[in-house]
Write a new protein. Structure first.
Ligand SMILES: O=C(O)CCC(=O)C(=O)O
Length: 279
């Protein structure tokens, strides 16, 4: 079996691509790591102002909060997003050189409204269909999403809604179909759920008395421009201390885009070249 820990990679990839389009793992991360990440997120939420969010219409009085650029904001976040099991499951879909496109937190405070059903493919604007190639389809995935629950996800507090199988449609969700076919990912804190960014999904309204927080990781293949511009978000000095997996996910050691004029005069790519420019 092609496995990492007790996860059968081939089955996982089949489920994500041609199956139900999502995987849910309870207790994926240790209780200590989740507690530390949760503490940091609520602390950051107290110290940071409201930040840009999406799929809440023109809402200005946010009852939810985004904390962006998490790789720069603590070792716990770096440990979570660079956990070796994530690239092991995603690599068959996104390639070994997959990168992190965004790693942020979403906090839904009591009273937070539901998002509209959407896809992240790999940005947020597939509703503007003409901005994307006409032939775009679901034959391969440009991004995979990883949601890490920091609080229990319940029906009352906004557990994410998804439509199983919708990753095969490569289409913006139809609201009526979304309402009729969506299910909720009710799961305890410390869970991970994975889905291709084409799966129809949306955070739901928080009708409880307590906040609901999650980490949202978006992973993409290397030819996609990440949502968060790591070259400007991450302090290069601090990044010298990051592990090699983390650096690779941030694309810090990847050669392209390159100033080709600055490269040495040799053949550096192709099967017969001794060394690609990024090795
Ligand atoms: O927080 C959630 O439940 C999902 C959030 C989401 O899908 C998004 O912000 O794109």
């Amino acid at each position: 079996m092609n496995a990492v820990g007790d996860i059968d990679i081939d089955r996982a990839v089949a489920e994500l691509s041609t199956g139900r389009g999502y995987l849910l793992f309870e207790n994926f991360f240790s209780a200590e790591l989740i507690a530390e990440a949760r503490r940091s997120i609520y602390q950051l939420a107290r110290s940071e102002p409201d930040r840009a969010s999406h799929f809440h219409g023109d809402e200005t009085e946010a009852a939810q909060k985004r904390i962006w650029n998490l790789p720069a904001k603590g070792e716990a976040f770096r440990r979570i997003c660079s956990d070796e099991r994530l690239p092991a499951i995603m690599a068959p879909l996104l390639g070994d050189d997959l990168m992190l496109s965004s790693f942020a937190a979403n906090i839904l405070y009591p009273g937070a409204p539901a998002q509209e059903g959407h896809v992240d493919y790999p940005y947020w604007d597939l509703h503007a269909r003409s901005r994307w190639p006409r032939t775009l389809n679901a034959s391969f995935f440009l991004a995979v999403e990883a949601v890490v629950t920091l609080d229990d996800f319940t029906l009352e507090n906004g557990a994410t809604a998804i439509v199983p199988g919708s990753q095969k449609l490569a289409a913006w969700p139809d609201p009526e179909r979304f309402a009729a076919e969506s299910i909720r990912l009710v799961t305890p804190a410390g869970s991970l759920f994975l889905f291709p960014a084409l799966l129809w999904h949306a955070g739901q309204a928080n009708r409880s008395q307590r906040s609901r927080a999650a980490l949202l990781g978006s992973y993409t293949c290397k030819s996609i421009k990440p949502i968060e511009d790591w070259s400007r978000c991450i302090d290069p000095e601090a990044a010298k201390g990051y592990g090699s997996r983390m650096r690779a996910l941030l694309g810090l050691d990847y050669a392209y885009p390159a100033v080709m004029d600055a490269l040495p005069g040799r053949s550096s790519e192709g099967k017969r070249s001794r060394k690609a420019i990024n090795y």
